[in-house]
Design a protein around this ligand. Structure first.
Ligand code: FAD
Length: 484
């Protein structure tokens, strides 16, 4: 009997039940990743994908196994492989959001038609969404009750088993016909581009380095995480989001690592709890997208269908959107964040909230435009986290409190980057400004001139008046409520 273990975003060997169960059955295994160039996430995410594939293939080879990377239209390659290799069962790890949801549906249809057994594993969740609901038997819609509910049901969270066998010889019975390369041509070319190489500068991809990064985070940074995590100039967070998106280590195991720490070390326990809570946001996002897959393109709150967003096809709008994308809005905190994103493929969480609020509320641009830009430029672009983040900030997500999330980027900048270190790093043209002026240079024109900074020439004037645009946003929300 031959079992196909189909990988999507589980680039690891340990703690992978789909692979473990197949190995334990003693069957021949084909371990495969299907690369469909039409079903990737975004450019930066695909660069990491290229490295992740190569890294995993090497790990598999080191254990005397083989990873098949099958390139082409999934609708063709998947059934072809099933037929050609006489596959009798397919094991896969369930993932939420696109492009995974439509591939999983296609796989279901194909397996049904070919009478192949298809078994999903829910290892990328702490608790399977269908096994976890509120007292009314409905999905949780607000984070805090969701988190409290999780804590109450902790005994149902099951640890994952480590890789059962030393070698992966069961996966090496055949070599992949027609697809000899580990890296499909498009990923190979993408990875070579200068910007892609720069993005991966000093990044470590794969299972072993990720455990190492986690261990360093716990010993060196976790203690100060609660107090420092909101300050973009500090290197205070784990930087694990891309590794978690690619499943280099499963968050289920992080949960157990943190529980062990909480039990054993009273000093670090509050910080571990704070980080656990942050990881739970990821779990929340996955549950939401599981239950409400339409929110990948539709607002969770129906009334937001009536929101009068800017016509984004006009030249004016295109111009504003481009200035936001390039970090040329004239609002330093927004520009610093957008330039960090462009240069590194990552942006600090607080700054993500600020740039999203600025785009959707001050510029009145539809949240999907920002979400797509993030999807294309973030290394950690993740369907569930990205959708939840944008809908949450735009006010149309599950947890409705739109006014509170109309962040003032100047006030936030003064609060979370008081000395302007983050601003100076990403906006060197403003680095001579005092820590008062750097957050809103347009209010300090004489200091700007004194320091050789000419608004409109060396740094832009603000593209929008923050107070007026805030008022206009409030009016639009009132209007939407009346028409909905
Ligand atoms: P840490 O603070 O160390 O947290 C540990 C892990 O918990 C993160 O790696 C992440 O997996 C999870 N996590 C932390 N905060 C959140 C959160 N608010 N929502 C969901 N999960 C969280 N995160 C992504 O992984 N991919 C995205 O595409 C993404 N898009 C976002 C878009 C917007 C508009 C916003 C506001 C947030 C978005 N986030 C996204 C969430 C968050 O910004 C990142 O997960 C975080 O910045 C990653 O840094 P870290 O790994 O150092 O996090």
């Amino acid at each position: 009997m031959t079992t196909l273990v189909w990988l999507q975003r589980e680039f690891r060997l340990d703690y992978l039940p789909a692979l473990n169960e197949a190995l334990n059955s003693g069957d021949d295994i084909i371990l495969a990743y299907f690369h469909d160039p039409e079903k990737t996430i975004g450019a930066a995410n695909s660069v990491w994908l290229a490295h992740a594939l190569e890294n995993l293939a090497a790990d598999v080879t080191n254990r005397k196994g083989k990873l098949w990377v099958v390139s082409g239209n999934f609708a063709d390659t998947f059934p072809k492989l099933l037929k050609n290799e006489s596959i009798q069962q397919v094991y896969y790890t369930f993932q939420v959001g696109e492009p995974f949801a439509s591939m999983q549906q296609q796989a279901l249809d194909v397996c049904k038609a070919l009478h192949v057994r298809l078994k999903p594993f829910f290892s990328e969740f702490w608790l399977k969404p269908t096994d976890f609901s509120n007292q009314q038997n409905r999905p949780y819609l607000v984070f805090t009750p969701f988190y409290n509910g999780l804590l109450k049901q902790q005994e149902h969270i099951q640890p994952l088993a480590r890789l059962a066998k030393e070698t992966l010889e069961q996966t090496a019975v055949k070599t992949c016909p027609n697809h000899p390369r580990t890296l499909p041509e498009d990923l190979h070319r993408l990875r070579q581009l200068p910007w892609a190489q720069k993005l991966m500068d000093s990044r470590q991809v794969g299972e072993t380095p990720t455990w190492q990064i986690l261990s360093e985070f716990i010993t060196e940074k976790l203690q100060d995480y609660p107090s420092d995590r909101d300050f973009p100039a500090y290197d205070a967070t784990s930087n694990l989001s891309t590794a978690l998106h690619f499943g280099h280590i499963p968050t289920r195991q992080l949960y157990f690592e943190l529980q062990a720490l909480i039990q054993s070390d009273a000093k670090v326990a509050p910080a571990a709890q704070s980080w656990l809570r942050q990881l739970a946001w990821r779990e929340f996002a996955r549950h939401l997208l599981f239950w409400f897959p339409q929110t990948q393109t539709e607002p969770f709150q129906d009334k937001y269908q009536q929101m009068l967003w800017r016509d984004d096809t006009s030249n004016d709008s295109q111009n504003l959107i481009e200035k936001w994308q390039r970090g040329l809005t004239g609002i330093p905190m927004i520009d610093a964040g957008m330039r960090e994103l462009w240069a590194t493929g990552i942006m600090h969480n607080r700054v993500r909230m600020l740039v999203a609020s600025f785009l959707t509320k001050n510029l009145n641009v539809h949240w999907l435009i920002g979400q797509h830009w993030f999807e294309d430029t973030l290394l950690d672009a993740d369907p569930a986290n990205n959708i939840m983040g944008w809908q949450w900030v735009a006010g149309c997500g599950v947890d409705a409190a739109p006014y509170y999330r109309l962040f003032n980027p100047v006030v936030q900048s003064e609060k979370f980057d008081a000395d302007g270190d983050y601003l100076k790093h990403w906006l060197p043209e403003l680095s001579a400004l005092s820590k008062k002026a750097i957050h809103q240079p347009w209010k300090y024109e004489s200091e700007c001139v004194e320091k050789g900074i000419f608004l409109g020439k060396t740094y832009p004037h603000p593209i929008v008046n923050l107070d007026e645009s805030r008022k206009a946003h409030m009016e639009r929300v009132q209007m939407m409520k009346k028409t909905a």
